[in-house]
Design a binder for this molecule. Structure first.
Ligand code: C2E
Ligand code: MG
Ligand code: MG
Ligand code: MG
Length: 280
């Protein structure tokens, strides 16, 4: 511990802690007004079906530009919005924006795409999920089938009965559910079949190391299990042709990753998609 490491070490440790605390306080202060200051933006990353050779959906990823500090990674700011409870209001905003954007793309002639939104455990705890989803669908006029929620294993495991109830409620509306980052969390095989989901997303950590036989075995097992449970499967973080060949050889054709497209601002995605449709 720092205190036993001598006086100098103690000072350095203290300064680092202070800097960390100061930045966090600064970010928290910034986040409190970020919605109202319109500092949030949503980027869209394609999900590509390699068998069909087309985009079948998108994932919505939140972006934040702090007025002084510039862009801050979701890995840093999402946890703060969760600790403070701000994530509930932010998710309401994301759901509304995503449904409006999707509807507007459909009206402008793009093929129908399903867009997924990441969910925090706090949203489930708030008990407002169903209401927020209904509101976003109603105000946008979007078909519920074109909206998907991404949950994580930790959400599923927290209060499993309550999670199942809330997921059933949104699924009854017609909204799809996927399990994000699958394979790295805490869910057991005994509970995964109880959670009402439509899709498993294989964690990018496995894909990154998919040249290793042990990781290949795990990926193959997840794909086979998804098949047996009649779930769709998506591979995340696909960056190379080798990874694509391997995944296709094991029966996974839907992929998301930098190889096919990075997360893009809405107008950039629209132009990218138009180009793709022109090129055939
Ligand atoms: P996630 O939901 O697992 O999203 C995938 C992350 O992987 C995104 O990072 C994406 O940009 C990145 N990614 C996609 N393809 C590749 C690839 O080929 N290589 C690599 N190295 N990375 C790739 P991002 O946008 O920084 O988001 C990080 C996490 O923050 C997300 O992980 C999600 O857990 C959370 N997040 C983002 N937006 C939201 C949101 O609106 N609400 C909530 N609750 N969480 C969000
Ligand atoms: Mg996700
Ligand atoms: Mg993920
Ligand atoms: Mg992740």
């Amino acid at each position: 511990h720092a205190k036993t490491a001598g006086k100098n070490r103690y000072c350095i440790y203290d300064e680092e802690t202070n800097l960390h605390t100061l930045r966090k306080l600064e970010l928290e202060k910034g986040l409190r007004k970020a919605l109202q200051m319109q500092e949030f933006d949503i980027h869209y990353q394609p999900k590509w079906d390699a068998d069909a050779g087309k985009v079948i959906g998108l994932e919505a990823l939140l972006r934040w530009r702090h007025d002084m500090l510039g862009p801050v990674s979701p890995a840093e700011f999402i946890p703060i919005t969760e600790e403070t409870g701000m994530i509930v209001g932010i998710t309401r905003w994301v759901l509304r924006k995503v449904c409006e954007q999707n509807r507007s793309w459909q009206m402008s002639g793009l093929p129908r795409l399903r867009i997924s939104v990441n969910m925090s455990i706090r949203v489930f705890e708030s008990g407002k999920l169903e209401e927020m989803v209904r509101e976003a669908l109603q105000s946008s006029g979007l078909n519920p089938d074109d909206l998907e929620l991404e949950i994580t294993e930790s959400i599923a495991m927290q209060d499993i009965e309550e999670t199942i109830n809330q997921l059933n409620a949104v699924r009854a509306i017609g909204v799809k559910i996927s399990m994000d980052d699958f394979g790295t969390g805490y869910s057991s095989l005994g509970t995964i079949d109880r959670i009402p989901i439509d899709t498993l997303k294989i964690d990018q950590a496995f894909i990154r190391q998919s040249a290793l036989p042990a990781k290949q075995a795990i990926i193959s097992t997840i794909i086979a299990m998804a098949g047996h449970l009649q779930l769709d499967v998506v591979a995340e973080g696909v960056e190379t042709e080798e990874q694509i060949r391997f995944l296709q050889s094991r029966g996974c054709s839907v992929m998301q990753g930098y190889y096919y497209g990075k997360p893009m601002p809405a107008d950039e995605f629209y132009a990218w998609m138009k180009q793709l449709l022109r090129d055939g």
